[in-house]
Design a protein around this ligand. Structure first.
Ligand code: CDP
Length: 203
């Protein structure tokens, strides 16, 4: 089972690159951020105050939430405003991490992007990548949906939370996407897969 883990901050290019790597390798793509967004959206629709709701209630929402990665409502500013608060709840993470592992097992592997994929969800992934880009470029990529201040706030919350903060995973290759094409980055990631195969001498 081949698993490629792609982590990074807001606007680093994770979803675009993950989708393109999956297409190139004919693998499935799991956008774990869409899961956290789906939980945030479901909580908002239930009228929950995500900062006050008991963790057990948030975990229940996480278990029940239907995730459609392509649902445009997941990108609503209101969801972006609360998603990092929802994602900091350990009980929510426990439920979603299990759902992510189950999804990958059911699909026989895949390309997964998020914040804790290489550190927590799939620490033994075949390839681990950490994408970055300059602050200006990341804000520019998001300017249609989020202000630069909102992007910075989400990154701060994601990097400083107690459970599964965004950090570079051990063994991850850091790739700066600032002025590179998607194709070029996909080439580099697919190339990493070749080098791990050679090193371990199998597959
Ligand atoms: O906007 P962007 O595509 O960078 O974010 P996303 O991947 O849609 O993720 C939205 C939010 O979900 C993040 O800001 C994190 O708070 C949370 N998240 C997480 O905590 N762990 C993951 N593996 C993926 C997302």
């Amino acid at each position: 089972m081949l698993v490629i883990a792609i982590d990074g901050p807001v606007g680093s290019g994770k979803s675009t690159v993950a989708e393109a790597v999956a297409a190139r390798l004919e693998l499935e793509h799991l956008d774990s951020g869409a899961m956290y967004r789906a939980v945030a959206l479901a909580a908002l629709r239930r009228g929950l105050d995500v900062e006050q709701a008991p963790p057990s209630q948030m975990a229940e929402v996480a278990g029940d939430a239907i995730v459609d990665q392509d649902d445009p409502d997941l990108r609503m500013p209101a969801v972006g405003q609360v998603v990092s608060i929802v994602a900091a709840v350990p009980a929510v993470r426990a439920v979603l991490v299990q759902r992510q592992r189950d999804w990958i097992a059911a699909h026989g592997g895949g390309v997964v992007d998020g914040r804790d994929i290489g550190t927590v969800v799939f620490p033994d992934a075949d390839v681990k990548v950490y994408l970055t880009a300059s602050e200006d470029e990341r804000a520019r990529r998001r300017e249609r949906d989020e202000t630069a201040a909102d992007v910075a706030r989400r990154d701060r919350l994601d990097s400083t939370r107690a459970v599964s903060p965004l950090v570079v995973a051990e063994g991850a290759v850091v790739i700066d996407t600032t002025s590179r094409t998607v194709d070029d980055i996909v080439d580099e990631i697919v190339g990493l897969l070749g080098s791990t195969e050679r090193q371990s001498g199998h597959r």
